[in-house]
Design a protein around this ligand. Sequence first.
Ligand SMILES: [Cu+2]
Length: 412
Amino acid sequence: MNRRITLPTALFFLALAIPSGRAQAAIDGIEGTTFNLVADAGYISGGDGLSLYFWGYGDADGTGSAQYTGPTLKVQQGELVTVNLTNNLPEPVSIVFPGQENVESLSGVPGLIAYEAAPSGGTAQYRFLASQPGTYLYHSGTHADLQVPLGLVGALIVYPPAAGQAYAQASTAFDHEYLFLLTEMDLRYNQAVEWGLPVDTSDFKPVYWFINGRNAPDTMLEPGVPWLPTQPYSCMPMMRPGEVILMRLIGGGRDSHPFHHHGNHTTSIAMDGRVLGGDAEMGHTDFTHTVSPGQTIDTLFTWTGEALGWDIYGHAPGDPPVAGEYMPDHGKPIPVLPPEQLDQTVGDFYSGSPFLGVSEDLPPGTGPMGMDGGYFFMWHSHAEKEMVNNDIFPGGMMTMVVIIHPDAMMHP
Ligand SMILES: [Cu+2]
């Protein structure tokens, strides 16, 4: 058998290996079977710029520093996962993995519900078989009423063998996936611990609300921006009309959060890492998902522009009054094609002066209205007091979704 590979053959396989422009937007995190984590203190930046003391997990093989939220652990179904924890905090810390079966503690000090890593350099080791795909969280199982609100929480994602699916079922296929790890912080907790004062955890009044460890508007920055070194993850979903987005929602704090996506309804496929049973459950659609503490929800979103309850193309004089709904008589395509940049008109948000609200032409050299001619709209907590940064609106648990032109590049 001739095992030489000819040049044309090699070029053929090279062409297969080159990714297309339709790269899939993936969730940031670390992959593997062994994760070396630290628990440590640090500072995050609130959306209002406040420097906020926190406790968090970090990747010992990465920055080595605590981050908020903790490293997103991405593993393949069927793998034996080992997590080594080194604790640099002044009290015992552990990790629990809700939804994982037969979690073994290989070392550490027995605690109330998990083996713990002793303060100031102690270690603990956990191991489990990632037997079921899905969206999960992990968090401290020690003094959790304080340690979880201070930041000792992260996401765990178990991927099935089938690429581009959330679970084994073909109905769980998606084009892009995004994480929404929802948490909140009570400023008084963070400051008391920083100053060595006691905390009354029976009283909880959060003033910061986070998606993936950031407040709006920082949710919309690129991941890994250098000025947010302890908050590496972002959350700004992008999609083309008609694509299927997997939203992985996690309740990582002490409060429930009604997370509301504008646009089309979503179809839920799983809860707590288990596929919903039967057509009735699988077909459940909604526009707000109340994510309870410790709960995870996987739900699929597709934006088409149709049946929104209003008309994405707008009404022209003489259009029949149909309560603002999408009208086929516009002759425009569904899924819609966002307008070319040059077709966009200057709206109310640019005045050419320090004040908003007056429409006039953009001066020469001004950038386009939106990156890639995208259409932006808000996804946010429907408990709207959570859309603030320490009482400053807007902020908090909020981000923008971008519908990009079908020909535009997806930003990975
Ligand atoms: Cu809204």
